[in-house]
Design a protein around this ligand. Structure first.
Ligand SMILES: Nc1ncnc2c1ncn2[C@@H]1O[C@H](COP(=O)(O)OP(=O)(O)OP(=O)(O)O)[C@@H](O)[C@H]1O
Ligand SMILES: [Mg+2]
Length: 374
């Protein structure tokens, strides 16, 4: 699937699924499908402490945002999202968990079934016309002109933006091409672009102008490892310039590397949101013992209530959750455990805690692996 840039003027291919639900650009104020005055109950378990009180500095905010497609599929279910200004916000979830659907609602491409969303303080989709010029976006949906070069596609996107000064167009286009590493391939027709090149072109279009908010749906999709590193560096650079970045991904380590905040989706629902440090801290670290005496170590650790032991080659690792639930902090149990191993004659070559990953946190929170939902 190719991604299409959406900047200012929203163009979405009519052939995309769900195009029929596009609410249209009508900046209507009265006939809202949602209930703008009811913030709705806070349902996300992870909105640690922050109550439902309105925070003006949230660049994106949703309350009870819900999308049920015509076929009955509940793609997004009562989403309460708060994206602080200045954050690099990772929107994380397995395939089919509702990320793109949420982003399409945020950008006014489809109307929510219920609930409210504000972007840059304005209700969406009602304020599409005033909000989108302030947002750079890269979302799914083929909207590149294959017969035009990459460069000329960008010229067209820039020309479609009523706020863009035509006199500086060339400069903007060349700068954007340069930033995404497409200068050398700029004259090539877009239909001859690889997936990664199309992705870069989409990003370039989102970067034509400095924006308050950049919304990127799976920006590293289709990129090789080097390309992924470049895009991550670019995201950091844009954030350092003061742009809030909201990016979706199903790659946990990507989110850990580039984001300050994250929200985790599972089957259309928000599982947790917070700073990446908070989320990773929720993930219980695993005990790792390096030893040639694996079987013996497993016996001793089992006797000391270390759970889910995984014997490996020269190592055993296990879950300390049961120890923590005995009352004393895990830190106090560790030296005792180490002493017990040594006393039993296990040759301990290494002993320590491996930091939990976001994936561990996800599995702990949902009881599920990071797989495609049905
Ligand atoms: N136009 C549509 N009509 C019906 N169902 C849809 C439509 N678009 C998405 N869905 C369904 O909604 C759910 C969420 O899809 P969505 O594209 O939002 O997931 P996602 O998190 O972006 O996944 P991915 O990581 O694969 O991009 C899926 O079950 C999908 O099949
Ligand atoms: Mg998606």
């Amino acid at each position: 699937m190719t991604k299409a840039p959406v900047t200012g003027d929203v163009t979405e291919s009519a052939e995309g699924p769900g195009a029929e639900q596009r609410p249209g650009p009508a900046p209507s104020t009265s006939s809202s499908p949602s209930s703008p005055d009811s913030p709705g109950p806070l349902s996300s378990p992870g909105s640690s402490g922050s109550s439902g009180s309105s925070r003006p500095d949230d660049v994106i905010r949703t309350r009870g945002l819900t999308k049920r497609f015509r076929g009955g599929q509940l793609a997004v279910d009562g989403l309460d999202l708060s994206v602080p200004r200045g954050s690099v916000f990772g929107f994380l979830g397995p395939n089919g968990s509702g990320k793109t659907t949420t982003i399409r609602m945020l950008m006014g491409l489809i109307a929510p079934t219920s609930g409210v969303a504000t972007v840059l303080g304005e209700p969406m989709p009602q304020s599409v016309a005033s909000v989108l010029p302030r947002v750079g976006a890269l979302i799914e949906g083929p909207a590149l002109y294959g017969f035009l070069s990459g460069r000329d596609n960008l010229v067209r996107f820039d020309a479609a933006d009523p706020t863009a000064d035509p006199r500086t167009r060339r400069l903007r286009v060349e700068t954007a091409l340069e930033r995404v590493g497409l200068s050398a391939a700029a004259a090539k027709k877009a239909r001859a672009y690889s997936l990664g090149m199309k992705q870069r072109l989409g990003l370039a279009s989102a970067l034509l102008q400095p924006r308050e908010l950049l919304v990127l749906d799976e920006p590293t999709n289709g990129l090789d490892p080097q390309g992924m590193r470049e895009i991550r560096a670019l995201v950091r650079e844009v954030a350092a310039e003061g742009t809030t970045v909201f990016l979706s991904s199903h790659l946990l380590d990507e989110i850990e590397q580039v984001c300050t905040h994250a929200a985790v989706m599972s089957r259309g629902r928000l599982v947790v949101q917070g700073t990446v440090a908070e989320l990773a801290a929720r993930a219980q670290g695993r005990l790792v013992v390096r030893t040639p005496d694996v079987a013996h170590a497993v016996e001793v650790l089992t006797a000391h209530r270390v759970g889910s032991l995984l014997p490996g080659d020269g190592r055993v690792d296990g879950d300390l959750a049961a120890l923590g639930s005995l009352g004393s902090p895990v830190e106090e149990a560790l030296p005792k455990l180490c002493a017990a191993l040594v006393e039993a004659g296990v040759r301990v070559h290494g002993f320590g805690l491996e930091r939990g990953t976001l994936e561990d946190a996800f599995v702990a929170l949902t009881g599920e692996g990071f797989d495609v939902a049905g």
